[in-house]
Design a protein around this ligand. Structure first.
Ligand code: 5AD
Ligand code: SF4
Length: 460
């Protein structure tokens, strides 16, 4: 009988190649929280293969770029940075460069990376993160590059449980509860690059959160493209209630929600479910029913408003934030005015607004009536002006109040002695405190408020 070749598992195979104490990995992240969570798994896998952590790409032997494809700007930025890695590869031929994330699931980008970026070693789509060791091992063994095309959109990828994860924060944690999206909003690339929707088993989610709570994590954010359509042996509201029973001093957030799937049960979770933060991020996208239909959003403005009214009836203080797209194909001045009117009526605490960016392969990219960039820019400016006033007005009554704030650490702008944190509602607060306040809940009296942030004084 023919002797079978001995197969080593890929992690061991890479470990033989890695030089202990010398070979390091660098993970660069673009895009959303889901990508940040994926990057923590990419780094976890790299460390499990024996790589150390690199602070810069120049000192790395494994460079992983976790890309975003939601808008063209994000893709161009990633491509320009990937272009710069040419010199890293020239200096050190051992360097392995992988392009991961949503761009790695777009066939035209994969083709482009293969042809025009010869120093890129492989692409790895988001649904296959668990294959990283196998891909790196094959790259080392065969010295060949690999550019796999994504699976057909009908395939439901299996969820890789138990991947190693290197969490970048000690007090905040992402917990993905579902992956992919089945909604096919006509502007959005996500269903094509992140595949069919699939939910993690509730037992796995609960177990992960129990572990995080026991280790002292203070904020847990449940992640998914549309967490409201989570379904395993319970629905999303059921999951939130079960998390409410977990002991520990942590707050619970979730994103992102889809208005069409917000259930009465979920609304009823506010304000009394333990841990649940009084914040709801509910993307509106447009205030015009005509545009919402063209976006394939499955709700209209009255239905959206009814969710807002019911949430506020449960908790008048709840923070409401949203996403809006400006300049969707065919958006008339009247449609845009309907969006402004809705913002005026809802009075969101914060709105993240985006100029529509055509995504290859999505229906809206083929719509004939694309909006000229100067019109979109002008509408964007008007929207920002309106919302800036509303956000400032929503924040003003907080002056004089003492709020519970989770301190995140030194202010990112580097102002000495100043730290930042988030209120229960998720609002950004700057205040003076020692650096070791990071990761603690503290009381802060609000002294000043503008549209984007609060300033206050530590009172304990
Ligand atoms: N162009 C502009 N914005 C987009 N978004 C999604 N796709 C596009 C696109 N093609 C926005 C939506 C979504 C947020 C994450 O990004 O508002 O809620
Ligand atoms: Fe994109 Fe719509 Fe899915 Fe959100 S719900 S990821 S906007 S397709």
């Amino acid at each position: 009988m023919e002797k079978r070749a001995e197969r080593t598992d890929p992690v061991t195979e890479v470990r033989r190649w890695v030089i202990p104490g010398e070979s390091r990995a660098y993970v660069l992240t673009f895009g959303c929280q889901q990508n940040e969570a994926d990057s923590e798994r990419l780094l976890g896998l790299a460390l499990s293969m024996g790589y150390g952590r690199a602070d810069t790409p120049e000192e790395a032997e494994l460079i992983l770029v976790n890309t975003c494809a939601i808008r063209e700007h994000a893709e161009l930025k990633a491509l320009s940075i990937i272009g710069g890695f040419k010199h890293v590869k020239e200096k050190n031929p051992r360097v392995i460069i992988g392009v991961c994330g949503c761009m790695a699931a777009e066939p035209h980008r994969v083709e482009d990376l293969k042809r025009r970026y010869p120093y890129v070693t492989f692409t790895l789509e988001p649904a296959k993160i668990g294959s990283l060791p196998a891909i790196v091992a094959a790259a080392i063994r065969t010295k060949k590059r690999s550019f796999l095309l994504p699976d057909a959109p009908t395939v439901v990828p299996k969820i890789d449980e138990g991947l190693p994860v290197e969490r970048l924060s000690r007090h905040k944690a992402w917990v993905s509860i579902m992956y992919g999206c089945n909604n096919y909003c006509t502007y959005c690339i996500v269903p094509y690059v992140r595949g069919r929707e699939r939910s993690r088993a509730s037992g796995e989610v609960i177990c992960e959160i129990e572990g995080l709570a026991a280790s002292g994590v203070r904020e847990i954010t449940l992640l998914g493209q549309n967490v409201n359509s989570y379904r395993s042996d319970c629905d999303f509201a059921g999951l939130v209630k079960r998390i409410g029973e977990i002991p520990g001093d942590f707050r619970l957030r979730f994103m992102t929600s889809h208005p069409k799937d917000v259930s009465d049960d979920l609304i009823a979770c506010f304000p009394d479910t333990p841990h649940l933060a009084p914040h709801f991020h509910l993307p509106l996208q447009s205030g015009s029913d005509r545009i919402l239909a063209k976006m394939n959003r499955h709700y209209d403005a009255p239905r959206y408003l009814s969710i807002v009214d019911r949430l506020r009836a449960r908790d008048p203080e709840i923070t409401l934030t949203s996403d809006v797209i400006v300049g969707f194909p065919g958006e008339t001045e009247e449609d845009f005015q309907a969006t402004l009117d809705l913002l005026d009526r809802v009075r969101f605490d914060q709105v993240y607004s985006f100029i529509y960016s055509p995504r290859r392969g999505t229906p809206a990219a083929e719509y004939p009536d694309q909006i000229p960039p100067d019109v979109s820019r002008d509408r964007m400016r008007r929207l920002l002006d309106l919302q800036c006033g509303i956000s400032a007005e929503k924040n003003r009554p907080l002056v004089g109040k003492t709020l519970r704030v989770l301190c995140d650490g030194p202010s990112p702008d580097g102002t000495p002695g100043i730290v930042t944190g988030r209120t229960e509602g998720g609002k950004l607060v700057h205040f003076a405190a020692p650096e070791d306040t990071a990761g603690r809940f503290v009381s802060v009296k609000i002294d000043r408020a503008d549209a984007f942030a609060l300033r206050g004084t530590l009172t304990e």
